[in-house]
Design a protein around this ligand. Sequence first.
Ligand code: AHM
Ligand code: MG
Length: 326
Amino acid sequence: MNNNGNIVGQRLEVCLKSILGTQYNQDGLYGIISAIALGATKLHYKIRFSALEDTLGATGGINLHGEQVQKLDVEGTNIFLDVLQNSGYVSVVGCEELENLKVVGSGSNRSYTVLMDPIDGSSNIDVAVSIGSIFGIWFTDNNSQGTDNSILTPGNQQVAAVYTIYGSSTVLVFAISGRVVGFTLDPTDNTFRLTHPEILIPDKCKYYSTNEGNFPRLDPPMQRAIIDLRNNYSLRYVGSLVADFHRNLISGGIFVYPTDPEYPTGKLRLMYEANPLSFIACNAGGDSSSGEMSILDIKPKSLHQRTPLIIGNKDIVARTVEIMTS
Ligand code: AHM
Ligand code: MG
């Protein structure tokens, strides 16, 4: 048992309210996180059966980022749009796969906006490597609901963030201010059970995660920062941000996806990848940066904007930023 009375193995729905406390609109967050857990359970089975049900591979369509749409991208988007709408607490959803914000309902209970990447690590879908889903949860700005302006506030305004991983086990991690908690799916009764009552990034950094294949085209200061990481830590790189982030959060590490000539403003998306994971990292004692500023302080310009991302152990993020900017 931990100091909040939550017992390892307890069902998510049972311990969620005591974890959330009264500091937020408790019912709304409870409803949204439960809805994400339901969606993640559905997606867990879609992924497990994807090779058998012929839902691997591409649809033939190209998304707004110019990338091939995978069949599971479509499944994931539809599953989470559905559960978030049915939660009764979400008014607006922004999604990697949808060009514009989608208004999913109105009314006084629907006071939240969710920005999501329903399948992170799409290139790993067909090869049975860990993939995940990422969610940032915000209060809806009722004055500009559903317009781009309604979401163009820095990530430090997020109320909560969640990610899930479909890997050797299926895990759901969520953060509210000052608390990061992890659950693992129990497939015997399809419930998420408390397995990580209090996640804090370890003091010691063990790993660095970056696409080493991009090294030759990085700027010299960025190359120096990567060489410093090489000289001090072991390399681990899955190629699914959420899986690389989770390992580094639990075991200690840093993830770096800088700018390069192919991605002059970075590859990863600010609003539904960098912001939610930065919220989680910062509440677990870690940190994140774009190299120029804290990710959570960036004033966004659009739903789909990209950012360089350096995220993980606080002091190693600071050292990497110092080297890459000197
Ligand atoms: P996705 O959201 O379309 O899957 O793309 C983002 C992914 C991240 O999960 C991962 O960190 C990165 O792209 C990997 O990029 P690369 O293959 O260039 O190393
Ligand atoms: Mg992604």
